[in-house]
Design a protein around this ligand. Structure first.
Ligand code: GSH
Length: 228
């Protein structure tokens, strides 16, 4: 049994989609990041960086419980545990890990900044909006070029796609339009129709309409510094 500590956000969906893909989606523990749940000591014991997602696998390595944070590590863990979505072919495996790291180290953080400065900053800062929207467009072009040569990021469907898909879903928030990226659009539509993806996206659907406007307690919970 695996507990998923979750809130419906792009990083959260990586874990819920992956658990659905490998048939292990079960107990979901809501971590309401708009209410400050991520700073509670019992959650920090599992996820010391106060972010979602996290998992606790009660049957981890050696049959012992293990807690995991960082979505990329969670995806690798679940892929290795189940033998799914991370090829045993050494070259495909390395392709998968490269594109997973591209998502973790580049696409996610930069799109997150674009989203932040476009939607959440207390006052508009033109330089930041321009910089991160341009960087989002540049990263989309990297994906566009790659997906013009392969069906999925590592050639076959893998954890690299699971990590990337939820961020492309929120493209309007970082100022991008799939009409400008036909290869990304083809890839996106192919993943969107997977039943496991729908299952992963349905987790805590009732909590999805959260808002975090500046000046609200929700915004404070997510963006004020020095919380820990
Ligand atoms: N590198 C982390 C990033 C996770 C992350 O940024 N999660 C956001 C939601 S998408 C969060 O929990 N924010 C709450 C906060 O920062 O207090 C991962 O990939 O797991």
């Amino acid at each position: 049994m695996i507990d998923l500590y979750f809130w419906p956000t792009p990083n959260g969906y990586k874990a819920s989609i992956m658990l659905a893909e490998v048939g292990l989606l079960g107990n979901v523990v809501p971590v309401d990041i708009t209410a400050g749940d991520q700073f509670k000591s019992e959650y920090l014991a599992i996820s010391p960086n106060n972010k979602v997602p996290a998992i606790v696998d009660h049957e981890g390595p050696g049959g012992k419980p293990i807690a995991m944070f960082e979505s990329g590590a969670i995806l690798i863990y679940l892929a290795e545990k189940t033998g799914q979505l991370l090829s045993h072919d050494p070259v495909v495996r390395l392709e998968t890990l490269q594109w997973l790291m591209f998502q973790m180290g580049g696409l996610g953080p930069m799109l997150g900044q674009a989203h932040h400065f476009r939607e959440y900053a207390p006052e508009p800062i033109d330089y930041a909006i321009q910089r991160y929207t341009d960087e989002a467009a540049r990263l989309y072009q990297v994906l566009e070029k790659r997906l013009g040569t392969v069906e999925y990021l590592a050639g076959e469907y893998s954890i690299a796609d699971v990590a990337t898909f939820p961020w492309i879903r929120t493209r309007k928030l970082h100022g991008q339009d799939l009409a400008e990226y036909p290869n990304v659009n083809r890839w996106y539509q192919a993943i969107k129709v997977r039943s496991s993806v729908s299952e992963g996206l349905s987790v805590l659907a009732e909590s999805k309409q959260w808002k975090a406007q500046p000046g609200t307690p929700e915004w404070e919970s997510m963006f004020s510094s020095g919380k820990q």
